[in-house]
Write a protein that binds this ligand. Sequence first.
Ligand SMILES: [Zn+2]
Length: 158
Amino acid sequence: MVRGMTAPRTGGWLARLGLGEQHARAIGGVVDHRLARRALLDEFRRGRLRQDQVCDAHPELLRAARSVGEPAAEPCPVCLKPDLVLVAYAFGPRLPSHGRCVATTAEWDQLVRTARRTPGAFSAYVVEACPSCSWHHLVRTLPVSRGEAVAARSSKSG
Ligand SMILES: [Zn+2]
C-alpha cells in the first residue's frame, strides 16, 4: 500500500483516532484541544510567550516523534516546517505513569483488547510534536474504556 511517497500523507490512523472510532463513540468523552492550542499560539504570535516557552517538548516525546510519529496534515505552526507529526500515548492500570507510546493500529487494537478485560479506566492522548523546533501540544484525549463498564461489557449490548 505504501508505494508513492509524493502523495500527501494525510488522514492517517492517528488523525482519525477518536473521531471515527466506533468504540470511542460508544464510550463518549472525546475531548478536542484545538481551542487551547489556538489560544497558546495566539499568545506566542503576539509576543506574550517566547518560543522556548512553547517549544519545550520532552526529549522522550521528540524521540517518539522521530521514530513512530505519523505525519500531520499541517506544517508546524511555529517553525512552519513540514515536520509536524502525531504521536499517541496510552494511560491506564499497569501502564507507565508517563504513558505508553502506541505506534501502530495493531498496538492500538491490542490496547483496546487489554482495556476491555482489565478493571480501571484507560485513556489515550494524541499529541502533535515537531522534531525541528520542539513545539508540542495535546490534540485530543479519548477514553479507551470505562473502568466500571469492563465487567458488564460482555453480557450487554446497546
Ligand atoms: Zn516546528
